[in-house]
Design a protein around this ligand. Sequence first.
Ligand SMILES: Nc1ncnc2c1ncn2[C@@H]1O[C@H](COP(=O)(O)OP(=O)(O)OP(=O)(O)O)[C@@H](O)[C@H]1O
Ligand SMILES: [Mg+2]
Length: 277
Amino acid sequence: MDIIEAKNLFYTYEGEASQRYSLEGIDFRMKAGEFVVLLGQNGSGKSTLAKHFNGLLPLQQGNLYIAGLDVRDPANLWDIRRKCGMVFQNPDNQFISSVIEEDIAFGLENYDFPPEQIAAEVHKALALVGMAGFEKKSPHMLSGGQKQRVALAGVLAISPEIIIFDESTAMLDIQGRQEILQTIQQLHQAEHKSIIHITHRMEEAVLADRIDLMKAGRIVASGPPRRILADLPLLTSANLLPPLPVRLYEDLRNAGIHLAECPLTIHELTEQLCRLS
Ligand SMILES: Nc1ncnc2c1ncn2[C@@H]1O[C@H](COP(=O)(O)OP(=O)(O)OP(=O)(O)O)[C@@H](O)[C@H]1O
Ligand SMILES: [Mg+2]
């Protein structure tokens, strides 16, 4: 059994009579522990798809199972939300309390955690994201990266198996982004969480086990980063700018300079260039 099994999903925001679909026949499967990046231009349907996975949007057409739970059955909704947590773009919109420990505790109370365990769980979640010691502080006093890590702690506290990051690095500077990316990789590698990361940044997409490329409500390609990101015509047809090293590889090739392999990162590009001399 895969942790996510979606078959032939259709979704429209405009009511049953509309023919304008935001999702149009999506098949998506994900193994437990996998790290999938959803790529696609604005409006291609990434958030709409992700919001199906934790029950934020109702299933209109198709079949969807999260950890074996049928999303169509309203009795499963609570369990599905617990299995699949989501971190959004703007950390300021994700807090309901002005004290960090209360904010995280609120989520735990919602899921009926025994009150005597809550303080320990809050501390554990903050430690996981490197924010232990901030329990009594206000989320509004933190930097963007710290806020995003606290928002993530709130999600982690309820021990989800799947964590979706919907452009959670988009508003952060380079340091904040690195903090979140390191946390994502740690959750993937050490905690064996299943990760869906939605991003426009090619250097983040490189980190995935698999990239699913969306265009106009469909998944138009799915495969390892090395295949998807090096495919210039594919990315161009999805209105995406290929990673800089891939563009340089092509430019060099057109100028008669042939690198042995198409590099995906600056580091790989440097290695290939060094081998030329
Ligand atoms: N709340 C909404 N009401 C009506 N239409 C919506 C709503 N949210 C999204 N849409 C439409 O659904 C389509 C897919 O939007 P979605 O937000 O899923 O795209 P996305 O790939 O996440 O884009 P972005 O990269 O901008 O976040 C778009 O055509 C969008 O206009
Ligand atoms: Mg989106």
